[in-house]
Design a binder for this molecule. Structure first.
Ligand SMILES: CC(C)(COP(=O)(O)OP(=O)(O)OC[C@H]1O[C@@H](n2cnc3c(N)ncnc32)[C@H](O)[C@@H]1OP(=O)(O)O)[C@@H](O)C(=O)NCCC(=O)NCCS
Length: 209
């Protein structure tokens, strides 16, 4: 078996769409899969970085990074937003998500940006080097609609203490209503978060984005 992680090429476009749709559209959620793929497909080429994971020559995983900002008092700071991370259902739980995530962190760090942000499962990402972003003074883009435990970041050497504030998503996220969560899913998740000792490292299922 050969496994390779590499930057997405133009020829991978359809394969990447297939992977995102399969991962996020699993178990009858086809429409959600298409929405996530549409959002990713509409982010401008210069506003994003993308890696694919190939197993035996077939693309089975993808991770996307897009440009975002932290609205700090002193300046607007360029950072990365990680979304989506997708592994085709039949190849999940083989370590591919973990490997792609590590490669995405390396890409973000290598760009010189001070940080990488995401909304996702604190259990999954917390075990892979991410920390709660609110603990560093960051405020989520969708202030009222992002469970704090799900709002996470990885900070790099170029990060300085003043580089904190609200995360700002690119306009396309708002055009497609993709920032944070909405009820009833938001309320369900908050209920589960409230009854779970997140501080101890245990976490409920992730926001399904
Ligand atoms: C989340 C995802 C990328 C993980 O990829 P993967 O290759 O299966 O993950 P890995 O093999 O590296 O890690 C597997 C571990 O992660 C855990 N895990 C997988 N998905 C998880 C999730 N959504 N929340 C919490 N833990 C999760 C598994 O339980 C497994 O734990 P174990 O090793 O103790 O059994 C993949 O399941 C996926 O594409 N899911 C659908 C899309 C999605 O939800 N993306 C993330 C958005 S925040």
């Amino acid at each position: 078996m050969t496994v390779e992680i590499r930057p997405e090429q133009p020829a991978d476009r359809h394969a990447v769409r297939r992977v995102i749709e399969a991962a996020f559209g699993d178990q009858g959620r086809e429409e959600h899969g298409r929405d996530v793929a549409d959002l990713w497909g509409s982010i401008g080429r210069h506003q994003r970085a993308s890696l694919v994971l190939e197993e035996n020559g077939r693309v089975v995983g993808h991770v996307g990074l897009s440009r975002a900002w932290v609205d700090a008092r002193r300046a607007l700071v360029d950072v990365w937003l990680l979304s989506p991370l997708a592994i085709v259902p039949e190849r999940q739980r083989a370590g591919f998500g973990t490997a792609l995530l590590a490669a995405a962190v390396q890409t973000a760090r290598g760009s010189g940006a001070p940080g990488l942000f995401l909304e996702g499962s604190p259990l999954y990402y917390g075990a892979r080097g991410f920390v709660r972003a609110d603990r560093h003074g960051f405020v989520p883009a969708a202030l009222e609609r992002t469970p704090r435990a799900a709002f996470q970041c990885a900070l790099f050497d170029s990060h300085e203490d003043w580089m904190t504030g609200q995360l700002v998503y690119p306009g396309i996220w708002w055009e497609r209503d993709a920032a944070g969560l909405r009820d009833p899913h938001l309320a369900e998740l908050e209920k589960r978060f409230a009854s779970t000792p997140l501080e101890a490292g245990e976490a409920p299922p992730p926001p399904e984005r």
